[in-house]
Design a protein around this ligand. Structure first.
Ligand SMILES: [Zn+2]
Length: 84
C-alpha cells in the first residue's frame, strides 16, 4: 500500500466531508478483513490489521473502517488545519 496515495485520498475525503475531521469516539482493533477502507478506499484483506471506529454521536458517517496505517494517517491529518 502506498502511504502517499492513502494520505491524498484521506485529505480529499476530509475536504469532501465524507470523513469526519476528528470526532473519534471509540476504536476497536480487528483482523476480520473484508470491506473497504474508509481512508484509502482499498479493500481490507484478512492479512491487514484494521480498525473499526465509531465517530461521536451526531457526526455523519456514524462509523467507519480503516487499515491501521490509514487510521494513523487520518489521525495525523486531523491535527492539521484543513486547507481550502
Ligand atoms: Zn486504507
Amino acid at each position: 500500500m502506498d502511504n502517499v496515495a492513502a494520505t491524498l485520498a484521506i485529505r480529499l475525503r476530509l475536504r469532501e466531508r465524507t470523513l469526519p475531521y476528528g470526532a473519534l469516539w471509540r476504536r476497536q482493533g480487528e483482523y476480520a478483513g473484508g470491506g473497504f477502507c474508509d481512508g484509502c478506499g482499498e479493500r481490507i484483506t484478512s492479512a491487514q490489521a484494521s480498525y473499526a471506529v465509531d465517530f461521536t454521536p451526531g457526526v455523519t458517517p456514524e462509523s467507519g473502517r480503516f487499515h491501521r496505517v490509514c487510521f494513523e494517517i487520518w489521525q495525523g491529518e486531523c491535527q492539521t488545519p484543513l486547507q481550502s
